[in-house]
Write a protein that binds this ligand. Structure first.
Ligand code: FAD
Length: 408
């Protein structure tokens, strides 16, 4: 070992695990320690609402690395342990059992946690959330028993849970305060594609409806909606978004604003302390503003970028946001970040569920989503990055290769 420095990663999720891997692959041979509050070694969350939840993929499929990886790479894991206090002037991190570890550089990949709205009865047995593998196991047990579920919130988690529950034969009612599923991200036109998809698969959609109360004696028996009626059910899943975990950073005096504030090199307001993944609100050079992204690819790529910057590489992180979702037989990839959309251009018929949608801002492509169409994300990325006006007729024409439009 040529380095006697200690690099700590707080948060044993995807971003943390990929950062630790990168520290080693980039040649850092000092001490690397991951502190993770969950008892599991780092795993990936997307399967938890998809094949893992449905029982089609085993636990071994979700882990970021084999069990041996950490020993082989000399990466210490402190699992089931929470970092409770960070002293950036003394460069010390305190864990929940009182252990104090000194560090030279520190990375915060503390992720995000589900919002838990204050709704009467939300503490009843049968009211569930989905973030961890334990949550997914608990939900799978309910799906195994069949019955009736109410899913609260038709964002990505709610929509995927509704799909998986239907695929397992559960009777599903999906409640959403907005007019169509996924409206906040996709808008009304594209959200309607998902409304129809769920309706065709037997989900009862209650759009424009929220929850007034969860009711039942010892366990959840029914949901009272904001429309004043009730829906009998055996369990409910609340998926109304997440909040970045910022308490440790805030307690250390690190700037926090919708996440841990970092510059384009993913360094916080305190030199030597970095943040990445769901928890980080990072300056994005392409957008000229801070963007906090709650998606797999961001954790997968930002963790390594932060690790390289811990090693002094000075690399700006400017990847375009990207995410994917699978519901029933419909898969999609979304690239970009739409802010003030004028209109949507469809390439292909949305009703066929095989199309590409482009969100247009001032004549240029701000974001693109390919649905059951594959191999186009590089061209979509190029279109977004070029920021030049495109001929919308050609954009809408599946016969015109996207690559040529991007190159033009
Ligand atoms: C069910 C589900 C399905 C998803 N599906 C998709 C998908 O299809 N596509 C997509 O793009 N994205 C998806 N995502 C989002 C994606 O999984 C997240 O963006 C990703 O997990 C973020 O990784 P992270 O490492 O930043 O944070 P996390 O995965 O949240 O990991 C952070 C870890 O840090 C730990 N931690 C927090 N504070 C402390 C502390 N003080 N001390 C010690 N440990 C701490 C937490 O316990 C946690 O284990 C999904 C998420 C969920 C929950």
């Amino acid at each position: 070992m040529t380095s006697d420095e200690t690099y700590i990663i707080v948060g044993g999720g995807l971003a943390g695990a990929k950062a630790a891997e990168t520290l080693r692959s980039e040649g850092f041979d000092g001490r690397v320690l991951i502190v993770g509050a969950e008892p599991e070694r780092p795993y990936e969350r997307p399967p938890l609402s998809k094949d893992y939840l449905r029982g089609e993929a085993g636990r071994d499929k979700v882990y970021v690395h084999d069990e041996e990886f950490y020993g082989q790479q000399g990466i210490e894991l402190r699992l089931g342990r929470t970092a409770t206090r960070l002293d950036t002037s003394g460069r010390e991190l305190e864990l929940d059992d009182g252990e104090i570890v000194r560090y030279h550089r520190l990375l915060l990949t503390t992720g995000a946690e589900p919002r838990r709205p204050e709704i009467p009865g939300s503490g009843l047995d049968g009211v569930l959330y989905l973030r961890s593998v334990r949550d997914s196991d608990a939900l799978r047990e309910r799906l195994d028993q069949g019955g009736r579920a109410v899913v609260v919130g038709a964002g990505w988690i709610g929509a995927e849970v509704a799909a998986s529950a239907r695929q397992r034969g559960v009777d599903v009612t999906l409640l959403n305060p907005l007019g169509v599923p996924l409206e906040r991200v996709l808008g009304v036109e594209v959200g309607a594609v998902y409304r129809d998809l769920h309706a065709d698969n037997g989900v009862r959609l209650r759009m424009g409806a929220g929850v007034e109360a969860f009711e039942g004696r010892d366990r959840l028996e029914r949901v009272r909606t904001s429309h004043g009626d009730t829906i009998d059910c055996d369990f409910a899943v609340i998926g109304v978004g997440v909040e970045p975990r910022t308490a440790l950073a805030a307690g250390a005096g690190i700037a926090v604003d919708n996440g841990i504030v970092v510059d384009e090199r993913l360094e916080t307001s305190v030199p030597g302390v970095f943040a990445a993944g769901d928890a980080a609100n990072a300056w994005h050079p392409f957008y000229g503003k801070r963007v906090r992204v709650e998606h797999w690819a961001n954790a997968f790529n930002q963790g390594p970028a932060a690790a390289r910057n811990m090693l002094g590489r000075g690399e700006a992180y400017d990847r375009l946001p990207y995410f994917f979702s699978d519901q029933y037989d419909v898969g999609m990839e979304y690239t970009g970040y739409a802010q003030g959309v004028d209109h949507v251009v469809f390439r292909g018929d949305p009703a066929s569920r095989e199309f590409v949608a482009f969100w247009m801002e001032d004549g240029v492509v701000a974001a693109g989503m390919n649905v059951n169409v594959w191999g186009v994300t590089d061209a979509v990325k190029r279109l977004i990055r070029e920021r030049v006006p495109v001929d919308e007729k050609r954009l809408a024409d599946p016969e015109q290769p996207l690559e040529e439009l991007a190159a033009a």
